[in-house]
Design a protein around this ligand. Structure first.
Ligand code: F6R
Length: 369
């Protein structure tokens, strides 16, 4: 049931606020984060010295975002790896390694095989999954479910924000347990998390129609680039993946710092480039670097579409279009910045008359390797 929306994807994007809210439900009490499913596993989390996150596609980008939070709040080293790459080398893992898998379906064969491989190598395994009782959580030592609700459209949207939410909860849970983050910091971060759903709603209510219109206007575009830095980098990758998946337009995401190491050669007059701009309040330095990237590509004729926080005036002179997101702490921006990109991809596919729910050549659940 599409609930009155033209597609499941449209419905699921509109459910992004609930996907976050439902994933938080029952896991934050008066500023204390505790995940009931992880009761009894304190020794497991105290005994690890390293985390490896494995996943594919959009779930892997959620993992890349989660790495920042996991490292910051647990002070454990974190690597993120594509599940299908992980098991075809000889990774250094053992009983003090926690392998966190992320999968919406819980059936992705590449991820499942990597989880089994990690288990056989003696690592501890934790599954972040959106499907109760799926194979991957059944194969894991611990489970943190995301509560995004069933995702029907092939392109993952609401599951992505729910996955990041679950990773943040996990990071706070483990970080607190290990004494790596203070109770007062957790309280403040929990409040930030709880504020995310209404901020996503703000974007959907205020900007959805405008972004869709803008996307329709770009329907003849042949290639779109996405740039981001820090947590904005995986968001750039996600923006590009979603666009190529459902519009069949060539799209690539880059780390903004890589520009001068090659990709800037792609910039020619008229080339559309989305730039995820970090908040100037969080890091003036990071912000300045991204603004200077914008100037570099703009000087070469790029058409710049900035995804920037409200009130960031520094981008205005150089951006052809600004997609606004509400103010949030630096680690919470990805949960907001991705929303305009999801709307954009969907709007563009719609304008091209494509079936956004069933893109060509793709299956919702990839159960072969
Ligand atoms: C992208 C997309 C895919 C999945 C990937 C993993 O929109 O849907 O990249 O994210 O195939 O799927 P799950 O999360 O079910 O393991």
């Amino acid at each position: 049931d599409k609930g009155g929306w033209p597609s499941f994807m449209a419905k699921e994007v509109s459910e992004e606020p609930e996907a976050v809210a439902n994933t938080l439900r029952g896991r934050i009490h008066d500023g204390v984060v505790s995940i009931p499913e992880l009761d009894g596993l304190d020794d497991l989390f105290r005994g690890i010295d390293r985390i490896i996150v494995i996943a594919c596609g959009t779930a892997a980008y959620a993992g890349m975002v989660g790495k920042y939070a996991l490292e910051q709040w647990t002070r454990l080293p974190v690597d993120v790896e594509l599940a299908h790459e992980f098991r075809y080398r000889d990774p250094v893992i053992g009983p003090s390694t926690l392998v966190v898998s992320i999968s919406q379906s819980g059936e992705t064969m590449d991820t499942l095989m990597a989880v089994k491989f990690a288990r056989e190598a003696g690592a501890k395994t934790l599954s972040i999954c959106n499907t109760q009782g799926a194979t991957i959580p059944r194969e894991s030592d611990a489970i943190v479910y995301t509560h995004a609700g069933p995702e029907v459209a092939v392109a993952s949207t609401k599951a992505f924000v729910a996955q990041i939410t679950a990773l943040y909860l996990l990071a706070l849970h483990v970080g607190r347990l290990r004494g790596a983050v203070s109770a007062s910091a957790v309280e403040e971060l929990a409040r930030e998390l709880e504020a995310v759903p209404s901020k996503i709603t703000w974007i959907l209510e205020n900007d959805r129609a405008r972004i869709e219109e803008f996307a329709a206007w770009m329907a003849d575009t042949r290639s779109v680039l996405f740039l981001g830095r820090h947590v904005g980098y995986p968001i750039a990758l996600e923006g590009a993946l979603k666009l190529k998946e459902i519009t069949y337009i060539h799209a690539e995401g880059f780390a903004a710092g890589e520009l001068k190491h090659g990709p800037i050669a792609l910039i020619e007059p008229g080339q559309p480039v989305f730039v995820i701009v970090p908040s100037p309040r969080a890091s003036a330095l990071l912000h300045a670097k991204v603004v200077s990237n914008i100037q570099e590509i703009r000087a070469r004729g790029a058409r710049v579409i900035a995804v920037a926080e409200e009130g960031d005036a520094a981008v205005l002179p150089f951006a052809d279009e600004v997609l606004r997101i509400p103010l949030a702490g630096p680690l919470f921006e990805p949960l907001l910045a991705v929303v305009p990109l999801h709307i954009f991809a969907m709007g563009l596919a719609g304008a091209k008359g494509l079936d956004v729910d069933q893109p060509r050549n793709l299956a919702k659940s990839v159960t072969v390797e």
